[in-house]
Write a protein that binds this ligand. Structure first.
Ligand SMILES: Nc1ncnc2c1ncn2[C@@H]1O[C@H](COP(=O)(O)OP(=O)(O)OP(=O)(O)O)[C@@H](O)[C@H]1O
Ligand SMILES: [Mg+2]
Length: 345
């Protein structure tokens, strides 16, 4: 719950605008565009769910663009519509200038997709998973074999070529899915929660691979509910909840929008709304937000003198501070400020 109105942050959603030009006219080319894109699911017994609600997006060629949001935010449904797997209820989506509803087969040529679950063919070896994908997209036998060999080396899977895909670790399977998705040289690579469930090393290995693809000019749209992933990888991030974009900017821009240099989490019990109201009046405090088991206090300027005063203010209001942690602004804090809830599961 916020103590100050959220107008400043909410205003961000109006700053979606980054102008892209159409192809051939110079400047960054717009490669993904959605207008009023909406998907509703009719619940069998329950109410209609609006999974994606009038989404307007523009992504430029060469960007790594992130959709960041909690479970059920509408990330997979958005990617599903952009990749022709889910038919929109209304609105429009273009990938590489191709309308995904009007011309799904041409749209499929433009995109590569790494879905949220493992879709490798378990009847085939690692190498064959790539080879047959290449053949499916019209490559000759020799070319498909060569590209499969090269991609396995590039994705650090060269020694696994003959292995069953079932023998791969989660990280290796995910790298193979990325290799397969880019095999036909799609203009846009979509990844849905690419590092969910991976151990930290595999996550970093995948980030490196995505970074290399990005450096080579690959446009990437990924979804994630890891704020660190969005922060580290993405040129721009759209924060989503309930099918809508709440804010859209560079990670630095989103964090700057908090207007704080430092965030102090004051762990405490009791009427946290009252504590937040008291802390928000302190010198240097920009705002205070109630969260699970504590208050987030946004501060500007140096904090050294403020920290002891937090204890005094809490004490004077009858609160016992259980713990205190100090961080720089994070995308998590942006999300909490926008929604009043935490991003994590
Ligand atoms: N096929 C479906 N039928 C009915 N409801 C659906 C269907 N697919 C998604 N939904 C609902 O739409 C909403 C958005 O779901 P979606 O899977 O797009 O979210 P998400 O952001 O990808 O979540 P997660 O982080 O859990 O993957 C949820 O409320 C979900 O229950
Ligand atoms: Mg999902």
């Amino acid at each position: 719950m916020s103590i100050r109105p959220l107008d400043e942050l909410s205003a961000l959603s109006a700053s979606e605008g980054r102008e892209f030009s159409s192809e051939g006219s110079g400047g960054p080319v717009e490669i993904i565009r959605t207008d009023g894109l909406t998907k509703t699911f009719a619940g069998k017994a329950g109410p209609v769910v609006t999974a994606v609600d009038h989404l307007g997006l523009a992504v430029g060629e060469g960007e790594i663009f992130g959709l960041l949001g909690p479970n059920g935010a509408g990330k997979t449904t958005t990617v599903g519509m952009l990749t022709t797997r889910v038919v929109p209820t209304s609105g429009r989506a273009l990938v590489g200038g191709v309308d995904v509803v009007a011309d799904p087969s041409r749209a499929k040529q433009v995109i590569g997709v790494v879905p949220q679950s493992n879709t490798l063919d378990r009847e085939l070896t690692v190498w064959q998973n790539l080879y047959f994908h290449g053949r499916y997209f019209g490559m000759g036998a020799e070319q498909a074999g060569e590209v499969a060999d090269r991609l396995l080396e590039q994705f650090r899977l060269g020694d696994r070529a003959k292995a069953d895909v079932a023998s791969l670790s989660g990280g290796m399977a995910q790298r193979l899915m990325v290799a397969r998705a880019i095999m036909h040289r799609p203009r846009i690579l979509f990844l849905d929660e690419p590092t969910a469930g991976l151990d930290p090393q595999s996550r970093i290995a995948l980030w490196e691979i995505l970074g290399e693809l990005h450096s080579a000019g690959q446009t990437i749209l990924l979804t994630t509910h890891y704020m660190e992933e969005a922060d580290r990888l993405c040129d721009r991030v759209a924060i989503m909840d309930h099918g809508r974009i709440l804010a859209l900017d560079t990670p630095a821009g989103l964090k700057r929008s908090l207007g704080a240099d430092t965030i102090v989490r004051v762990g405490c019990e009791g009427d946290l709304r009252r504590l937040a109201a008291a802390l928000a009046t302190m010198e240097g405090a920009r705002s205070a937000h109630v969260t699970d088991g504590g208050v987030l206090l946004y501060l500007s300027g140096p904090v050294a003198r403020t920290l002891p005063r937090i204890f005094s203010v809490a004490d004077a209001n009858g609160f016992a501070v259980a713990d205190l942690s100090v961080t720089e602004p994070t995308l998590e804090a942006v999300f909490i400020t926008l929604t009043g809830k935490e991003l994590r599961d």
